[in-house]
Write a protein that binds this ligand. Structure first.
Ligand code: SF4
Length: 333
């Protein structure tokens, strides 16, 4: 596995602006994917790889070996990853899971795969009957829909990435101006996000950030700076440690308790537990390495910050844990 230095972390959009999660809006998704699945960099964090295994019916290791994600060291020295993109139109790119369907495609699917056709969105089924001349685009399908990443679920809304520096920040962003089609209805950004089962992903994301901060604090970030005290490791060792979060099958307890669990179409509880085991295994390895080197946590990581405590992953991943506290306080009032 290789990783490069870059930081395409957020979608680029001149339209990005702050939003209140309870702001009344008119919004609807056309289901075409022409904005959200093309020319966007889709972040994939370890929990999302665990989910994508079910969509692809492959282990995390096989997904990584197939090149499904690209690894990158970000500016904070954290290893992050992005979904592979493929050429689209002449000069553009689309997500590897994106499948654009035309009226001609719809007819072909109806003939060749009637079962699949029966499960396609209504507008695709109608297009198969269209007697319009020529070929026209009808919809954009996601071939990983049930397990698509967090960034796709909330689009065009997302939690403000500023919360990565300040976890108390519960504000949101709208990153693209879409949703003004004929399907738009009165709603709120929060309703749109919650309709897409985002809370499980948010808890997982919070746990990933907490583990990342712990690794940074123990000298494991890939930072070369006089104010950062690294744990002495080779580049390969450092990369392998971070990347282990994306390979659940590398943890013996996961193999023992959840053999070939990725073959199940959906297993939210199993995925949550696998994720916890993977992160705990990494934290155990980090603690053992620090102890082995004989360097105390106070002598590692950023010089100007106190060492952070080991995160309580079971609490962070608890499905009952409240999210978006500012919104909930508003509700309670
Ligand atoms: S994973 Fe699915 S929803 Fe997300 S960008 Fe790719 S095709 Fe679109």
């Amino acid at each position: 596995m290789t990783a490069t230095n870059s930081n395409p972390r957020q979608w680029k959009s001149l339209a990005a602006h702050a939003i209140d999660f309870d702001e009344p809006i008119h919004w609807g998704c056309s289901g075409r994917g022409w904005h959200c699945c093309t020319d966007k960099v889709i972040p994939v964090r370890p929990y999302e790889v665990i989910r994508l295994r079910h969509a692809m019916r492959q282990s995390g290791r096989d997904l990584l070996n197939s090149g499904l994600v690209t690894f990158v060291w970000d500016a904070a020295g954290t290893l992050v990853s992005y979904l592979r993109q493929v050429p689209y139109e002449r000069t553009r790119k689309a997500c590897v899971f994106y499948e654009e369907v035309t009226n001609i495609d719809a007819r072909r699917i109806r003939e060749e795969a009637p079962e699949r056709f029966a499960g396609l969105p209504e507008q695709v089924q109608r297009a198969a009957d269209s007697d319009a001349r020529g070929e026209f685009r009808v919809a954009g399908l996601c071939n990983a829909h049930q397990h698509r990443p967090e960034a796709c679920r909330g689009f065009p809304f997302q939690r403000d990435p500023a919360r990565e520096r300040n976890p108390e920040d519960a504000s949101g962003l709208q990153v693209f101006r879409c949703g003004t089609c004929a399907l738009s209805t009165p709603t709120t950004p929060r309703a749109v996000m919650l309709d897409n089962d985002l809370e499980e992903f948010w808890r997982a994301d919070d746990a990933f950030l907490a583990v990342s901060r712990y690794l940074q604090s123990r000298g494991l970030a890939r930072v070369v700076h006089a104010d950062y005290r690294s744990l002495h490791l080779t580049d390969e060792q450092r990369t392998e440690l971070w990347a282990s979060m994306y390979v659940p099958e590398a943890v013996p307890e996961v193999i023992e308790r959840f053999p070939e669990q990725w073959l199940a179409p959906m297993d939210l509880e199993g995925d949550r537990e696998i994720y916890r085991l993977v992160l705990e295994a990494l934290l155990d390895r980090v603690d053992a390495l620090v102890a082995e080197r004989g360097t105390g946590p106070a002598d590692l990581g950023p010089r100007d910050r106190a060492p952070v405590s080991r995160p309580d992953l079971a609490s962070m991943l608890d499905p009952a844990r409240a999210l978006l506290p500012v919104v909930r306080a508003t509700e309670a009032a």
